[in-house]
Design a protein around this ligand. Structure first.
Ligand SMILES: [Zn+2]
Ligand SMILES: [Zn+2]
Length: 360
């Protein structure tokens, strides 16, 4: 009898009983996997005989995690990522030309193309953070979209985890970069600027807060911010220059519509976030704070238009907090909402904004 590598070798090592046990356990795992795949109808291919136990176990976990949304539906999201990569520079390229031809036409273009694409790009960047779509290069898309959105990739990378763990509290740095402002006048003034300027205002604050914040300062890199600024200038400068040369436009015909587009997109995306979390400080544990997240009703034309522009982000946003592992946003109506989910109308949202700038 010899002890090799810590395991005891017995005379029965290659016996009939051991072989029978191995074959039986192998068949049991295969049968269980076949039963699961059959039940969820995800994998009809007869490949189970040649996959390892480990991959069967991983696939079983995958099936269990995608009970509501199949892996195939998730993977079908991939073309969107490539499409936006092309669509956004094309939008930017034609924007100055349309601005110079007709301001009214440009208003529709800014809203139904610009805001629509910018919101989708921001949502997809967020989904890359969560690595929801397995068949794309999440890191690549996350980084490129961050620059297209005029953001520094490290900011969202650092703070989004706390949007989940500290949601609907003053400690959610992504939403409240400076925490609670005790002076009531200053807090209302801050809320007013946040409501008018939007996402860009919060990003500017995060750029100032993160290098000094005890939770983030060791991870934040000043060079990342400088690189980001250079890349924004390069991306928008080169597309703007190409547009100016081809359509024979002046500097102001390029810069003015770009700034309007940036503000409108920043405004729209932040109002989507304010619908979900604006002025909302919830009491209790993580589950109670998660479920307090608001969702926008979708029963009037205006609500439907807004939900269309934000790609349904605010429609069932509570699910992104209560079931964070599920990529729920692209599939509204698929996952049951929590029993006590909070739905608001646009009128309710108007009252929330009013409270933010008037209440002490
Ligand atoms: Zn998230
Ligand atoms: Zn949220």
């Amino acid at each position: 009898m010899q002890n090799r590598g810590g395991s005891l070798q017995t005379p029965y090592h290659n016996s009939f009983i051991v072989d029978l046990f191995r074959k039986t356990s192998k068949n049991l795992v295969r049968s269980a996997a076949a039963a699961f795949f059959g039940h969820f109808n995800l994998n009809q291919r007869p490949v189970l005989a040649d996959v390892s136990h480990k991959s069967i176990a991983l696939k079983l976990m995958g099936v269990l995690m995608t009970e509501y949304i199949s892996d195939r539906r998730i993977r079908r999201q991939a073309p969107k990522y490539y499409l936006i990569l092309v669509a956004w520079p094309v939008y930017i390229f034609f924007l100055p030309c349309i601005w110079s031809v007709s301001k009214l036409l440009c208003a529709f273009y800014l809203l139904f193309v610009g805001v629509y694409l910018y919101n989708e790009m921001a949502q997809l960047m967020h989904e890359c953070w969560h690595k929801y779509t397995p068949n794309i290069n999440n890191n690549f898309f996350y980084t490129v979209y961050s620059y297209f959105l005029v953001t520094d990739p490290q900011i969202y990378r650092l703070v989004h985890g706390y949007h989940h763990s500290k949601v609907n509290s003053w400690d959610d740095t992504e939403f409240h970069p400076v925490g609670r402002i005790n002076n009531s006048f200053l807090r209302r003034a801050y809320n007013f600027v946040e409501i008018v300027v939007g996402f860009i205002f919060i990003l500017c604050l995060l750029t100032q807060v993160l290098p000094r914040h005890e939770r983030y300062r060791d991870k934040y890199q000043k060079s990342g911010n400088i690189i980001s600024i250079c890349l924004w200038i390069m991306i928008y400068g080169s597309i703007g220059l190409a547009s100016a040369i081809i359509f024979d436009l002046t500097v102001s015909q390029i810069v003015v519509p770009y700034l309007i587009s940036l503000w409108l997109c920043s405004f729209a995306i932040h109002h989507d976030q304010l619908i979900e979390h604006g002025g909302l400080i919830a009491e209790g544990d993580i589950h109670q704070r998660n479920v307090a997240t608001r969702n926008l009703r979708h029963d009037t034309l205006m609500q439907k238009i807004i939900l269309f522009l934000v790609h349904n982000d605010a429609r069932e946003h509570v699910l992104h907090h209560t079931m964070v592992k599920e990529n729920s946003r692209p599939f509204p109506g698929t996952i049951p909402m929590p029993e006590n989910a909070v739905y608001i109308s646009l009128a309710d949202y108007g009252r929330i904004l009013l409270d933010m700038i008037t209440k002490d």
